[in-house]
Design a protein. Sequence first.
Length: 258
Amino acid sequence: MSQELASVVFSLSLFLGVVLALVIGRRIGVRRAAQDPEGARAGVAAVEGAVFGLMGLLIAFTFSGAAARFDARRQLIVEEANAIGTAWLRLDLLPATAQPAIRQGFRDYLDSRLATYRNFSDTEAIEQEWARSVRLQGEIWNQTAVACREPGMQQATMLLLPALNQMTDISTTRAMATRMHPPVIIFAMLFGLSLIAALLAGFAMVGGRSPSWLHVIGFAAVMAITVYVILDLEYPRRGLIRVDRFDQALVDLRASMN
């Protein structure tokens, strides 16, 4: 199952679960009120406040963390474009005879980096492109190191090799950033707390003869949409919220290398 489909299924399951919990909670409340009209609501407000407060806190921290990671991933794309661009410009410090092969290696490397994230829905393709990128990193480094051993290449050694090192480091940082997500238990806890809160909210909806479906559907929809947005922020290449537009920085850089 793709991550996008998993997010939709999770959100729909939460929506249906919240609706069901609200209905069940109301039925329990009606039965309780019929048995003990005076004490049916005794002490319930404190429990509701604690559960809803905890749920709101969990949603806030989860949403904030997802948004922060989303911004960090966009920033890393820009940083990688800057790192590759800087190393590309500093190739001018190498002997003219060594530059063509290394520059072609840069073009192939950037093509591989773009392909890695363009095929993000294909795990096997990602692994293949990542392996190709690592191989090209090694080839570029070896070719550059050989060129820097020639006489008079001290300036190239001091400026170009650190730029190449940063270029390779940022690729690893980006790869690890795509894997940084909250533990699954956090989403399980959010799902469970939402159902418990819905059950308590339904218990409180005993004033009318029938449940207010506007409030039932509205509450369930708000919870489901909120969780879906959080999941979309966590996986920004597989849903509606995407970082693809920031890849344009790498695309423009590749165009400038022609």
